[in-house]
Design a binder for this molecule. Structure first.
Ligand SMILES: Nc1ncnc2c1ncn2[C@@H]1O[C@H](COP(=O)(O)OP(=O)(O)OP(=O)(O)O)[C@@H](O)[C@H]1O
Ligand SMILES: [Mg+2]
Length: 297
């Protein structure tokens, strides 16, 4: 275990942003912190990065006192700000001098990191002329420069176009081998691409934590979509092999089966009742439904 978070709470005047949040971060894991706007993601990440102080609760980094662990963290804020008149290289030099990087290693680290984020051709260009995607990659370079153990990224891809999004997620994916990653997003698909573990926040409460497959298992109801030539209402209700169902229209229904019932049994029952199946689909994206269920419950 790398970090243990216990009963973390934070309020801003009368607004409670995070309530009694507890979870652990295993070394080498990649965790997505999911939740809608205002869920408390930024507040949580800022407390972990020691930018905000919690009202109560604790953050324990394995083997370090709370005041000493900050150098182990790399942090990319949700809205990073830069000095537009600086070049990328000057900015990283400035950031590096504020960090714990030994002076003689700084130039080498800057070049290595700029190559990693594919900004080597722009290293002597002014940040003012950078696109949003370039700025985001420069922000990542700044977060990585001191080779942190835990990389915290607050909505790193929300402002990027589809290609920028994919490229940036690929960069995070490459980093997973070298460090522990915690990143927030309100989009399940981002989490799905690179992480297996998710924490779901809603109104400052931790609503769910675990792996994506177990989220699907617990909440991903109605994964079968079935369509027939004839209306099925009145028939589906009578089938004893069905766990739950929801009609989209009289000829289309979403179904879940108990674990001990094979889908062929369902098909057989439909055939026995002279229904002609025109579509039978195991839906992959019941995961999105599962996420929405957690957030709505
Ligand atoms: N400095 C602040 N002063 C007052 N209220 C705040 C402050 N920062 C956050 N809040 C409130 O705390 C709650 C949680 O905010 P937070 O920014 O952590 O959410 P979030 O999950 O990061 O949302 P988003 O997806 O929009 O970035 C919100 O209701 C927000 O209005
Ligand atoms: Mg936020």
């Amino acid at each position: 275990m790398l970090v243990k978070i216990d009963n973390l709470s934070k309020r801003f005047k009368e607004k409670v942003a995070v309530t009694n949040l507890s979870f652990t971060i295993q070394e080498g894991s990649c965790i997505a912190l999911l939740g809608p706007n205002g869920a408390g993601k930024t507040t949580t990440l800022q407390m972990l990065a020691r930018i905000l102080t919690q009202d109560s609760g604790s953050i324990q980094f394995k083997g370090y006192a709370p005041k000493d662990y900050q150098p182990l963290i790399g942090f990319l804020p949700q809205h990073p700000s830069f000095f537009n008149w600086m070049t990328a290289k000057e900015f990283l030099s400035f950031a590096g001098k504020l960090s714990t990087i030994p002076k003689e290693q700084l130039q080498n680290r800057i070049e290595k990191t700029l190559i990693f984020v594919s900004l080597e051709d722009a290293m002597n260009k002014k940040i003012g002329g950078f696109s949003g995607g370039m700025k985001q990659r420069l922000g990542l370079a700044q977060a990585l420069l001191h080779e942190p153990k835990l990389l915290i990224l607050d909505e790193p891809v929300s402002a990027l176009d589809p290609k920028g999004r994919r490229d940036f997620l690929q960069l995070i994916d490459n980093l997973k081998k070298e460090m522990t990653v915690l990143f927030s997003t309100h989009i399940l698909h981002d989490a799905q691409q690179i992480c297996d573990e998710v924490l779901i926040l809603q109104d400052g409460n931790l609503k769910w934590k675990g792996s994506l497959p177990s989220l699907r298992k617990e909440f991903g109801l109605l994964p079968i979509k079935l369509q027939t030539e004839e209306p099925m209402n009145g028939i589906i209700e009578q089938l004893d092999v069905i766990d739950a169902f929801e009609f989209i229209d009289p000829k289309t229904v979403k179904i879940s089966l108990p674990e001990n019932v094979h889908r062929n049994e369902l098909l057989q029952k439909l055939i026995d009742r002279n229904l002609s199946v025109v579509h039978f689909e195991i839906m992959q994206d019941s995961l999105e439904d599962a996420y929405m269920k957690v957030v709505r419950q």
